[in-house]
Design a protein around this ligand. Sequence first.
Ligand code: TMO
Length: 314
Amino acid sequence: MQRKLITAAAILATAGLINVASAAVPESDDPIIIVQNNWTSQLVLSNVVGNVLESMGYTVEYTPSDSQLQFTAIANGDMHFQVEAWEGSMKTAFENAVEEGMIDAGTHDAVTREEWWYPSYMNDMCPGLPDWKALDACAEKFATAETAPKGRFVGPPADWGKHYAERIEALEMNFTAINVGQAATLWAELQAAYDRKEPVVLFNWTPNYIEAVFEGQFVDFPQPEPACFEDPAWGPNSNAVGDCGATHAGWLKKAAWSGMADKFPAAWGVIQKINFNNAQIASASSLVDVEGMSPEEAAVKWIEDNADVVASWQ
Ligand code: TMO
């Protein structure tokens, strides 16, 4: 831990990236509490932000949180900053918390998607992919002992917010969602199927390291509109709400406690400027998932590789 702090601070200082000359910073010795979630780019980039704030003189604490409940905690001031809020899985919880006083601290350049995803060799086995109806017609090929005769959708950890079982029901699909407990299980299932060219459809997202390592596509479901969730008549099933997929081009936002601007003004200035693109997020996950670094090591490497980006937050 100690070594990590020194290394990151040293890199930032020698690169002249962080101006620590201001005697007023930190304006408070209380910790800035950064939220951590359970996927790798978030863990790496929250450490990147934490390292930068520490090098400015702030005390930083990391607190793990559920990706839905975190926003209420930020609205209440129990936690202070979230670097990656994803539209596909967190839009409702995010917007509800903004109503309760959480600050929308800006949108990254990154364009995101979180959706069912399959390896490209499935295009031959299930003609008509990536359309969801073609996937559904092919469901039996995805069956396991647990789900037969229905296909298995390898779903995300429960806190990633999407109600896949409900979507399957609303679209009357021949699939059963079997949720994993952690992201690593998604990739293990993918790797095992991929090596044998066996059918698999799983939850995935972009930007992520997956696109650099595996060939595949997202399944196209009907694009969501508010009416999908309010009006049963909307969409393929005229008797159900929720008969649509996640947005194809989602936002990625930052979320902050409303007290940051007063209590930690210099940190708040940096936080407002933080802006990641797709490649920067994919590379953060790749340092861990491909290169095998810890999130803390990856954060130091990411800062080294992206010194100009970090400097632009000043
Ligand atoms: C929230 N996530 C990026 C894992 O879909």
